[in-house]
Write a protein that binds this ligand. Sequence first.
Ligand SMILES: *Cc1c(COP(=O)(O)O)cnc(C)c1O
Length: 370
Amino acid sequence: MTDAPSPIQISQVVLGEEVEQLVLDVLRSGRLAQGPMVERLEAGFCDIAGTSHAIAVNSGTTALVAAIEALGIGPGDEVITSPFTFVATLNAILEAGATVRFVDIGSDFCIRPDLIEAEINDRTRAIMPVHLYGLAADMNPILDIASDANLAIIEDAAQSHGATYGDRPVGNFGIGCFSLYATKNLTTGEGGIVTTNDDAIADRLRVLRNQGMRARYEYVLAGHNWRLTELQAAIGIPQLATLAAATEARSANAAALTAGLDDIDGFMLPCPHEGRGHVWHQYTVRVGPNASIRRDELAAHLTAAGIGNGVYYPRVVFDYDCYRNHPQVTAAEVPEAFATAEQVLSLPVHPGLDSADIDRIITAVRRAFA
Ligand SMILES: *Cc1c(COP(=O)(O)O)cnc(C)c1O
């Protein structure tokens, strides 16, 4: 009898020898807090987002809070965002003291630009599109709406390092907020990056990050400790050079999954969006009402077959008592987000998969529907 093949994980962290060496260099240097490694990581991120500034902070959530605060948005102000996202998007707006308003999503899982205008009022200050699963939100109409209504754009690009819309990378359309959490496409364990082309915003972010201090003991703002460590930066730096290849591997895996799964009734695969470069943080399918099994049955079948999978996200982000009763949360009619939360399932697509893994995933999905 042969052993059962080992389970395929939904995400996998693979760090090479260069990471080990650079982390060792930091340990031996004696300099652990924000310094030259953080600067190197920031310089590399300017290239990824195509921006003139990148400011490293201690998490993606902090990046979002920092962007909101750097814009001077706070209590009494409103931010419009997607109801179908990780909870950090919502928590960041609440932490900054602002009120959140939700606009339903489209078939790209991102905010629907044509529904945004109806939610704008005198208190609205920013639109926060989420580039979900590695796909950019539909930015052109969002840019038009923001410029007509004089609103800032804060991009939640936590899942979309290197994704593009037209010829521009995400993080380049307003203030970009990236996460470097363990499961993201580029990781430092915990960490975040804010990107901007605005010199004044960049300056404010750097000052806010370091206790509001411009020069030693010269405090110009009530600030924070949002700093990243040298150790974390050292984990991230070698990945700057390998991100493009890792994204290509994700892309090839996504194409192989699509080729193997595109003929199952009621089973909807992620469809290509013209002009948007997907970076496949997740490969997310929908099990529609006409499929022969429900989403949760497919998930259970895959888990039993040793295929990692995940529901991102099982509920609309404000659909919890702690948010429904929250004074800064405006509940909304978002039927597409509710339907999507019941139907989505993400399959492994990470660069650590080989073609045998892809075949196992395809076979297991097909068996579940057979
Ligand atoms: C991961 C994530 C965040 C938060 O990033 P952290 O680094 O975990 O704080 C924010 N928004 C989205 C959409 C995310 O996926």
